[in-house]
Write a protein that binds this ligand. Sequence first.
Ligand SMILES: *Cc1c(COP(=O)(O)O)cnc(C)c1O
Length: 395
Amino acid sequence: MLEAADNPLLPVYAPPDEVFTRGEGVWLFTDDERRYLDFISGIAVNALGHAHPKLVAALTEQAGKLWHLSNMFRIEGQEKLAAQYVAHTFADRVFFTNSGTEAIECALKMARRYHYANGQPERIEIIGFSGSFHGRSYAAVNASGNAGYLEGFGPPLPGYRQLPFGDHDALKAAIGSQTAAILLEPVQGEGGCRAIPEICLRELRALCDAAGALLIFDEVQCGAGRTGKLFAHQWAGIAPDIMAVAKGVGGGFPMGACLASNEAAKGMVRGVHGTTFGGNPLAMAVGFAVFEELTRPQFLEHVRDMSNQLGQSLEGLKDRHPGYVLEVRGKGLLRGLRLSADPKPVQIAARGLGLLVGVAGENVLRLAPPLIVQEAHIAKAVETLDAALSAARSA
Ligand SMILES: *Cc1c(COP(=O)(O)O)cnc(C)c1O
């Protein structure tokens, strides 16, 4: 590896020194074979862990057949996978992308096109919430409104506004004849692992219906089985009009999708949107194998069992570190510990003890283990976190 000063990469990230060269299940290994328990999974991406035999087989088999066609031809794997999504969700239509950001772009464009198709082109406003994260394209950073991601990139785009998280009155006042859509993550990831109460999701649905606005869920991080349902909003018993997914649905192969009802998708006619790589045969082969695993009998039950164990153990950590661990947040296997101080020292201490975790907004330590995690892994991770919390606090 290069010395930092010789590294030609754009320095927008500051990774630690460890270099991982191999993964297996919930474990990552460095080049010198040191083993780490992976409780961040490439930010909720490696849903089935590393080097899952079924995914490796799906990818290598497809690699010997056909890599790329572009969407100027029919792609068998797309039609096959889209049919699965349609059968298991609210959606009638699917557009495949390479990333979560692109799925969000498609969702936002679709929402505006819907109103355009209805003869209301003035309905362009997208209402989002503080603490949200939707990706890094211009539209995505404008939709989330995070000042740190907008600064220095020119004037904000028109048609985006953010409301304070949880302020129902502000939302009722804001939604109206200009509103194209409300956009939110049923469980915020980046912003601090905050789960939106199910009752609020149902209220949002009703508000959108009353105002003729579309409801867009960003399930890029909280979808793909992470909360113990295939998609997080399914806990609330309501459905969005449009949903962006990515991260876990590809299990580590770059892929995302924008899912929609027929009605919401009605403006997306030939030529109005496109992608070269989106839905490529390699991504579709892996995406299909991931989908088969996620929908296998008992798989989501396992996720719910592990979620309960993790949630309870984290509450235990809160009791053991009063005044330091303030709150256990999140849902399923997307969990956060809100600390009274910067979580980075805990993250670093945990890594020193062989456990990889993430951080999120509002002083939150973020956990997102692979969904195949077992009881013993959770016990070990929590024990390690306990030690890391003690070490970081007394440092
Ligand atoms: C990661 C993420 C995105 C962006 O996805 P990329 O694949 O990085 O483009 C969008 N929304 C949410 C909720 C995310 O967590």
